[in-house]
Design a protein around this ligand. Structure first.
Ligand code: HEC
Ligand code: HEC
Ligand code: HEC
Ligand code: HEC
Ligand code: HEC
Length: 468
């Protein structure tokens, strides 16, 4: 009996040791594959070229980036943002009055994920009730090859070095800008795609948007200090014989914001050629853009009630980010909106571009050592305060509009001053309203701008009250 039990014990020990050995081997194998995976940042299977427009062609090589890119279809609302395309005009009826006389008073929605950019533009009442140009497509579709095809047709041949695509691209831009929207949109097939942000050979980041090339060059030649854009400061110190070129001169970290700054910016269509233009000639500041518009005599619409020449602001995220402490600390758009995430052992940039409030852990806590709840609370404080001040500014603008409407219409001098003040006041209020972070990207700058908006409304009303 004793012998048998010691035999069993021995057998048990052997089985145990064997199991342990197998487990250790399995673990080692697992570590080895993880290590191999970690080295394998991309899986070269299909060769990619400048003709690889459809993102699905990139999927075999970059399955993780492709998967997360597809997830921009997700719809989720946050306190002040997110991606539910609700009608802002129903949520905030005052905007119908603020934009009276303009297409934005017909249809104005909350924006959503990149996957929808082309279909949302095709569907908005703003392209059905108003004639729009092909220039609208610049920021709502994969336009890189569409521009190049149009440039080639217009006589600019393919370059010897594939990197010298700009001449052909710019020619296509000239051709497509003035086309009627409904015609031009037939040329586009995808929302923003891999090829718009990446060189297909090297996958390095690149900018491909004509409006951005023009805009950033105008900005480089302005005198506004740009401490958050070191490559421009460097270029300014040189002989400036060759124009600033973001693809040649920008740092890697700057490119992580430039790719977004191609579209998330204030713009207008210049002249009868409808050239898409970013008003950065005098600087990137809210007042610099206004000074530019004043100089070229640009107005977006005449307000039906006040008869003032009003400007409409649109999504100045790149500009506002530049005024905040994050840009000053070299934190890029991609750091918060495309944070790294682990897939197995691989570290990839999340291409599910969305509100960082849905992803605070990865988007913020890599740098901020506080709890997720505390981080969210801090953002809420900034955004709620901004919204409160913004509402006051909206009411202040409308007070001025009604004061102009009710004033003695023979006092043309006073009315002229008041209308100028309406233009200034609404431009600032709208600059904050149209910026999509509800103050987060640059809280102090936003408060300063809204303070000015309220002050200009007050000055307009005072001009009407002055004894003639
Ligand atoms: C430090 C982090 C950070 C940086 C850097 C940053 N953002 Fe944001 N962004 C945020 C936060 C936080 C919000 C608010 C999201 C919300 O309210 O749900 C936001 C909101 C937005 C929104 C609206 C999102 C929504 O869901 O409505 C857009 C668009 C946006 N940012 C674009 C940009 C661009 C473009 C840049 C660079 C030029 C940039 N952001 C830089 C943190 C950042
Ligand atoms: C400079 C780039 C750019 C151009 C040009 C541009 N858009 Fe947009 N558009 C954006 C960005 C960025 C957003 C998302 C942020 C937002 O909604 O504020 C957007 C959002 C939208 C939306 C969804 C939200 C809404 O406002 O209802 C529609 C619709 C739209 N654009 C239509 C148009 C039309 C029509 C034109 C031409 C008149 C146009 N866009 C030109 C960049 C652009
Ligand atoms: C080709 C132009 C273009 C580029 C480049 C671009 N965006 Fe957008 N972005 C848009 C448009 C247009 C929308 C609105 C789409 C809609 O509402 O249908 C949008 C929407 C967004 C949103 C709102 C998403 C949501 O779920 O509500 C965020 C955040 C955003 N973009 C951030 C970025 C960041 C960060 C980058 C750079 C990595 C970037 N975008 C590059 C045009 C662009
Ligand atoms: C709006 C611009 C934009 C688009 C569109 C885009 N990317 Fe990226 N991508 C980025 C940014 C920003 C990074 C971060 C790059 C860096 O820091 O080097 C990145 C990084 C990458 C990387 C390097 C590894 C990593 O994950 O950081 C790969 C590979 C990549 N993207 C593939 C793709 C593919 C495939 C698509 C299309 C399905 C795509 N990208 C679409 C902006 C974009
Ligand atoms: C790559 C690093 C990095 C990331 C990612 C980052 N931050 Fe920051 N954040 C900073 C730095 C640096 C400062 C400047 C203060 C300092 O130097 O300590 C700062 C400052 C702030 C402040 C004070 C703001 C002010 O205007 O004074 C807030 C609030 C904040 N961050 C929130 C966030 C949120 C929310 C996110 C995610 C959406 C985020 N940060 C992502 C680096 C980062």
């Amino acid at each position: 009996m004793a012998q048998k039990s010691s035999f069993l014990k021995q057998m048990g020990l052997i089985v145990l040791i064997a199991t342990l050995i197998v487990l250790v081997l399995m673990l080692l194998e697992n570590v080895r594959t993880r290590q191999a995976e970690a080295l394998q940042t991309h899986f070269v299977r299909t060769p990619l070229t400048e003709a690889s427009v459809d993102p699905v062609l990139w999927a075999p090589n970059f399955p993780h980036q492709y998967d997360s890119y597809l997830r921009t279809v997700d719809v989720e609302r946050t306190r002040h943002g997110g991606s539910e395309a609700f009608q802002r005009l129903d949520e905030f009826p005052i905007y119908k009055e603020l934009f009276a006389g303009y297409a934005f008073s017909i249809d104005y929605r909350e924006e959503r994920g990149h996957a929808y950019m082309l279909s949302d533009q095709r569907e908005t009442e703003r392209v059905h009730k108003v004639a729009q140009p092909g220039a609208c497509l610049h920021c709502h579709a994969s336009m890189y090859s569409v521009y190049r095809d149009a440039g080639r047709k217009a006589g600019v041949p393919d370059p010897k070095d594939p990197k010298d695509f700009e001449a052909q691209l710019m020619k296509g831009f000239d051709v497509i800008n003035p086309m009627p929207y409904h015609e031009a949109t037939k040329l586009a097939n995808h929302p923003v795609a891999c090829i718009d942000c990446h060189d297909p050979q090297t996958t390095e980041l690149r900018v491909t948007r004509p409006g951005f090339f023009d805009g950033i060059r105008a900005l480089a030649t302005s005198t506004e200090p740009l401490p958050h854009l070191p490559s421009i400061e460097r270029w300014r110190k040189g002989d400036k014989k060759v124009a600033y070129d973001p693809n040649r001169d920008a740092t890697h970290q700057e490119m992580r914001s430039f790719v977004c700054g191609q579209c998330h910016v204030e713009y207008y269509f210049k002249g009868s050629e409808k050239r898409l233009t970013y008003p950065w000639h005098k600087g990137i500041d809210v007042a610099a853009a206004e000074a530019y518009y004043d100089e070229v005599g640009h107005t977006d619409f005449v307000h039906t009630v006040s008869k003032a020449n009003v400007l409409k602001a649109q999504h100045p995220e790149f500009e506002m980010w530049g005024k905040g402490v994050h840009a000053r600390s070299s934190v890029a758009c991609a750091d918060c909106h495309m944070p790294y995430e682990r897939v197995g052992a691989v570290k990839v940039s999340s291409h599910h571009v969305r509100s960082p409030m849905l992803n605070v852990h990865k988007a913020c806590l890599t740098c901020h050592a506080i709890s997720e709840q505390e981080m969210k609370d801090r953002v809420t404080i900034i955004q709620d305060r901004t919204q409160e001040l913004l509402h006051r500014a909206e009411l202040a603008v409308m007070d001025l509009v009604y004061a102009i409407r009710d004033h003695d219409q023979t006092q043309t001098e006073a009315l002229k001053v008041a209308r100028d003040m309406h233009r200034k006041s609404q431009w600032r209020m709208d600059y904050v309203a149209a910026e999509n972070s509800m103050g987060f990207h640059a809280p102090q700058e936003v408060a300063r701008i809204l303070g000015e908006a309220i002050d200009y409304s007050r000055k307009g009303i005072m001009a009407l009250q002055a004894k003639p």
